[in-house]
Design a protein. Structure first.
Length: 118
């Protein structure tokens, strides 16, 4: 079983930055992060989870169109950790952010709340 724990969210003003962290733990964590495409998703009240950024096993990254240029996904296979750096935050980035594989195969973590004030 693999567990996902997200952190790093908070309340920031528009234009600010955050680094979100997802720690992958469990017996197969290293194999999961090393061989799977990992991704960040976000969810706002009343909406389903939306993909925002992904990183392949080889380190290639890809993004939702309206996050490209402001979001950067990275990972550290040795630390079993996936990161999401968000710059120039906008109020419409307000959401709970989650990580998972892409396509999703793991149980969801608790997420981390990002709130952007205008």
């Amino acid at each position: 079983q693999v567990q996902l724990v997200e952190s790093g969210g908070g309340l920031v003003q528009a234009g600010g930055s955050l680094r979100l962290t997802c720690v992958v733990s469990g017996r197969t964590a290293k194999r999961t992060i090393g061989s799977s495409t990992m991704a960040w998703f976000r969810q706002t009240p009343g909406k389903g989870r939306e993909f925002v950024a992904g990183i392949g096993s080889a380190g290639n990254s890809f993004y939702l169109d309206n996050t490209r240029g402001r979001f950067t996904i990275s990972k550290d296979n040795y630390k079993n950790t996936v990161y999401l750096d968000i710059n120039n935050l906008r109020p419409d980035d307000t959401a709970v952010y989650y990580c998972n594989t892409n396509p999703t195969t793991l149980s969801w973590g608790q997420g981390t709340q990002v709130t952007v004030s205008s």
